[in-house]
Design a protein around this ligand. Sequence first.
Ligand code: IMP
Length: 192
Amino acid sequence: MFAVDELKILISHEQIATRVAEMGREITADSRGEPVIFVGVLKGAAVFLSDLVRQVQLDATFDFIGVASYGNRAAPIAEPSRVWDSTGEVRLTKDVDHSLRDKNVILVEDILDTGLTLTFLKRLLLGHQPKSFRVTVLLDKPSRRKLAVEADYVGFTIPDEFVVGYGLDFAEQYRNLRDICVLPNISPEMEQ
Ligand code: IMP
């Protein structure tokens, strides 16, 4: 593990707060007074979701979903139901608690990287037949994309660096950092 003071800040907590407030205003304006349900992807999006929902001036509720992609470096707790699709293996570790049918759903994800997770989640959640479906991500690493999938709201587009903090982890560590920091020298083997 790296000491926190060895980490370089990529996006400061002040920059995050400013951008999250802007995103909240955009979502509020685009939703035209209709109620929305935010669905946060565990665990990385929990911090972002909690700040974002407080910047939205709408009737809003929230729910959480949990997935683990094959190759994700933080190995999930063994879970019997494995879901396969053409994007590879994605495991549902926690489903939403409420039906999303006829709801205005906003999926909240920490980071869009290869696009495998988001592709899986979009397909899964569109199966609920929501009234509308939008995706918001705090970070986007477009250079790593394997599948053509985009978010409706993006906080920051970042280069191909492994980042931690503000909910994002490395082996479950660093989620509570208030800034988004670059973790140095992360090899693909270490990410597994
Ligand atoms: P994707 O399926 O490759 O788009 O990956 C999405 C997931 O990978 C995110 O929800 C994160 O859990 C994880 N991830 C991707 N890049 C990073 C990173 O730089 N830091 C921490 N987690 C990451």
